[in-house]
Design a protein around this ligand. Structure first.
Ligand code: SDX
Length: 439
C-alpha cells in the first residue's frame, strides 16, 4: 500500500485479545474516496492469528486506481469520471484508453489508440479451426473459455509479463480479438461463416457487423443499435474487484500469461450470480410469464427454503440502485422507441417486477435493488442478440477492465502471489488402518 496514507494521519485500530489480555495496534489507512481500511498485513506475525472472511464481505484484496464504487450513494467512477458522464460524453474507445492509461485521450492519442486496437481485431486463421471442434449447440461462453485460453498457444511474441511492450501488445490483442471470437462463436452456432472484422468500423459497429452481416448482401448498421451497444459496453467495462476481475488478478499473481488470466475471468463471469445473470434474468422473466404471477415469484425469492432468487437484483456493494441499471433502463426505453417497439413484453414485465420489488419491505430491508443485469438482457434481445450471447457480450465489454487490473497488478512493486489461508475444520491426526480393519 502506498505509504502516503491519504488521510495524512497515523490512525490506528486497537484489537484486544481477551484470552491473554494482549492488545495490538494496527494502522488504519484511507484511500482517495470511500472506505478506510485496517491494514492487517502484520497481524499473523504479531499475533499468530489469521482473519476469517469467506466471500470477502469485509476484505480489500488490493489497492487500485481504476474504478471507484460508493455502494450507499450508488456511484461508479472510472478513474474519477462518473459513469453517467462517460456514457453521455465519451465512447467505448475513450473508456478503454481511460481504464488502461488513467485519463481520457486527446484527439491525436485517440486516433492512434483506435488504430492500434483495430489492427489487432483479426484472429490467426488457424484459430477458426477451434470453432469447428465444438458442437454447434455449445454455449458461447464455453467456446470463449476455450478459444481465449488457446490464444496463448498463438501469440508467443508477447508473453513476457515483465516487458511493458509485451503487456501492452497482449492487452491490445485481448481487447481487440474478444469481439471477433464472440461473434465467430455465434456464427458457428447458426452454421453461418464467420465474418471478418472491418477496420473502417468503430468497435461497436464491428460487433454488429461480425454478428449479423452476411457475405451475400449489404448490411446496414442501425445507429440506434450502435448507440445502445456503446452504452452497454461502457457500463460493463469495469467494476473494481468483481468476482471475475479478482479471478484475473489472482490468476495473474502466479505469473500466468495474460491470455490464461483472461480465460479465467471469462470462466468466472459465466456464473448466474455474476455475469451470467443477464441471461438468467431473461430465463426468469420467461418463468414469471405474466404480471399476475409476480407476487408468486416475489414470495419464492423471499422464502429462505426456496433457492429461487430474482436474477438482476441485489449486489454485494450497492446498497442502493446500481447507477448502471438506470442507464440500461433508460437505454431500453430509447432503443425500443427508436426501433418502433412500443409494447415489449419483457420490458413491461421487468418494469412491473421492479416496481413491485421496490415496494416490498423484504427487498427494501435487505437493500436489494436492480443491478446492471436486470435491464441489459432486454436491450440485447431488442438488438437481436440471442440470449446465449448475453454474457459473452458482457465479456467483450469487460475485457478492458480485466486487462487494466491485470496490468495494475503486475506493475505493483509490492506484488505477491495471492494465497489465502483457511480455517481447518477437518479430522485431527489419525493412523491409517490396514484395509481389512477398515469398516
Ligand atoms: C454482477 O461484483 C460485481 O461488481 C459484479 C458486477 C460487475 O459489474 O462485475 O456488478 C456484475 O455480477 C451483478 C450481480 C448479478 N447477479 C445477480 O443479479 C444474481 C442475483 N443476485 C444475487 O445472487 C446476489 O444478490 C448477489 C450474488 C449479486 C450478491 O450476493 P451477496 O452479496 O453475497 O448477498 P447474499 O447472497 O449474502 O444475500 C444477502 C441476503 C440473503 O438473504 P439472508 O440469507 O440474509 O436471509 O439477500 C438475499 C439473500 O437470500 N438476496 C436475495 C437476492 N440477492 C440476495 N434474495 C432474493 N433475490 C435476490 N436476487
Amino acid at each position: 500500500m502506498n505509504d502516503d496514507n491519504r488521510s495524512g494521519r497515523n490512525d490506528t485500530y486497537t484489537l484486544t485479545d481477551n484470552r491473554h489480555g494482549q492488545q495490538v495496534e494496527l494502522p488504519v489507512a484511507a484511500g482517495t474516496d470511500g472506505y478506510q481500511v485496517i491494514d492487517i498485513r502484520g497481524l499473523y506475525d504479531r499475533t499468530g492469528l489469521l482473519t476469517y472472511d469467506p466471500g470477502f464481505t469485509s476484505t480489500c484484496s488490493c489497492e487500485s486506481d481504476i474504478s471507484f464504487i460508493d455502494g450507499k450513494q450508488g456511484i461508479l467512477r472510472y478513474r474519477g469520471y462518473d459513469v453517467e458522464d462517460l456514457v453521455a460524453r465519451a465512447d467505448y474507445m475513450d473508456v478503454c484508453y481511460l481504464l488502461l492509461f488513467g485519463d481520457l485521450p486527446n484527439a491525436e492519442h485517440k486516433q492512434i489508440f483506435r488504430k492500434e486496437i483495430t489492427y489487432h481485431t483479426m484472429l490467426h486463421e488457424q484459430i477458426y479451426y477451434f470453432f469447428r471442434g465444438f458442437r454447434r449447440d455449445s454455449h458461447p461462453m464455453a467456446v470463449l473459455c476455450g478459444v481465449v485460453g488457446a490464444l496463448s498457444a498463438f501469440y508467443h511474441d508477447a508473453l513476457d509479463i515483465t516487458s511493458p511492450a509485451h503487456r501492452t501488445l497482449a492487452s491490445y490483442r485481448l481487447i481487440a480479438k474478444m469481439p471477433t471470437i464472440a461473434a465467430a462463436a455465434y456464427r458457428f452456432s447458426i452454421g453461418h461463416p464467420p465474418v471478418y472484422p472491418d477496420n473502417s468500423l468503430t468497435f461497436g459497429e464491428n460487433v454488429l457487423h461480425m454478428m449479423f452481416s452476411e457475405p451475400t448482401e449489404d448490411y446496414h448498421i442501425d445507429p440506434a443499435m450502435t448507440r445502445a451497444l456503446e452504452r452497454f459496453l461502457i457500463v460493463h467495462a469495469d467494476h473494481e474487484q468483481g468476482t471475475s476481475t479478482s479471478t484475473v488478478r489472482m490468476t495473474g499473481s502466479s505469473g500466468a500469461n495474460p491470455f490464461a488470466c483472461i480465460a479465467a475471468g471469462v470462466a468466472s463471469l459465466w456464473g448466474p450470480a455474476h455475469g451470467g445473470a443477464n441471461e438468467a434474468g431473461m430465463v426468469m422473466l420467461d418463468q414469471i410469464g405474466s404480471k399476475d404471477r409476480i407476487p408468486e415469484f416475489l414470495a419464492r425469492a423471499k422464502d429462505p427454503n426456496d433457492p429461487f432468487r430474482l436474477m438482476g437484483f441485489g449486489h454485494r456493494v450497492y446498497q442502493s440502485i446500481d447507477p448502471r441499471s438506470r442507464i440500461m433502463r433508460d437505454t431500453c426505453h430509447e432503443l425500443l422507441e427508436e426501433l418502433g417497439v412500443h409494447d415489449d413484453p419483457y420490458l413491461d414485465l421487468a418494469l412491473e417486477l421492479e416496481r413491485r420489488a421496490l415496494e416490498d419491505e423484504y427487498f427494501a430491508e435487505k437493500k436489494l435493488y436492480p443491478n446492471m443485469n436486470f435491464y441489459s438482457g432486454i436491450i440485447l434481445r431488442a438488438m437481436g442478440f440471442p440470449r446465449s450471447m448475453f454474457t459473452a457480450l458482457f465479456a467483450v465489454a469487460r475485457t478492458v477492465g480485466w486487462v487494466a487490473h491485470w496490468n495494475e497488478m503486475i506493475e505493483d512493486p509490492t506484488r505477491k502471489i495471492s494465497r489465502p489461508r483457511q480455517l481447518y475444520t477437518g479430522e485431527s491426526k489419525r493412523p491409517v488402518k490396514p484395509v481389512q480393519e477398515r469398516i
